[in-house]
Ligand binder design. Sequence first.
Ligand code: PAF
Length: 285
Amino acid sequence: MTTDAPEVVGEIAALRERLGAARAAGARIALVPTMGALHDGHLALVDRARELADVVVVSIFVNPLQFGAGEDLDRYPRTLDADVAALASRGVDLVFAPTAREMYPRGDVSTRITAGPVGDRYEGSSRPGHFDGMLTVVAKLLHIAMPDVALFGRKDAQQVFLVERMVADLDVPTVIEVVETVREDDGLALSSRNRFLDEPHRRAALALSEALRAASDAAAEGLAEALAEAAAAFGDHDDAELDYFVIVDPATLLPVADDFRGEALALVAARVGGTRLIDNAPLTL
Ligand code: PAF
C-alpha cells in the first residue's frame, strides 16, 4: 500500500504495462471507475478497494457516450488535481485519466453494449442511451484494467443492476463489489452534482431522501400507502420537481405488483434547479 500521490496514467498501453507487471508479481487488482469530482462516497469505494486488493486503480473519465444532447457533459465538474490530491491520502496506486481521444480514437464507437429493457426505464427513460454508453465504457475499462474486483456505489442502483447483469451475461471474470451510499447528516446522498446546488436548492434536494424515508416508514402498510407517504413528503419541497418515484423488485428492477410483500427497493429521481439527482433505499413491504 502506498501513501504517496498516485501515478497518473493517461494512456491505455501504459496502464496495461503497469498492471501486467503487478499481475505477474501475483498482485490482486481493484478498479474504481469514476467520472472524477470525487467526494466521500468515492473515497468509501477506494477504502473498500484497498481492503480487497494489493493494487488500487481509480479511473477518472467523464464519458461522453453516456451523456445525451442537452445534458450536462460540458458543465460536469472536472477537478483532476484536487481528485489526485484526495486519493493520495487513501493509498491509491494508479489514477487512469485518459482523454476522450484515447478512449474513442475514432470519435465514436460502432460497437456498443445494449442495456436491454431495464435500461430504457427510470433513468433510461429520461436519458435515452445513457446506460448503453455507461455499460460500453465500463466494459472498456474492465478490458483495459482486467481487475479482479471493480467497485460501484449503491446510490446508482440501476447502474449497479445493469453492470452486474452485463458481467453475468458476458462472463466477465471481475467480481462486482457494491458499496453503500454515503450521506450527509441530514440524509442527502453524496453526489458530484451536489456542488451545483445553492443553499435553497440544497434544502430542496432533501425531498429525495425524505420521500424515501417516508416510504420506508409506511412500507409495512403496503405499496399504496408507501407511495402516498412518499408523495406527501416530496410535496413539502416546492423547488424539487419529481421525475419518478417507483418501488421495484430488486431481483428484476421491475415495479412490484400492488399486493407485493417482501424486500423491495424504492428509486427516486428529481430535478432541483438545473440539477438532476437520484437516490434509492431498500424497504420491506
Ligand atoms: O458512476 C459513474 O461515475 C459512471 O457512470 C461510471 C461508472 C464511472 C462510468 O462512466
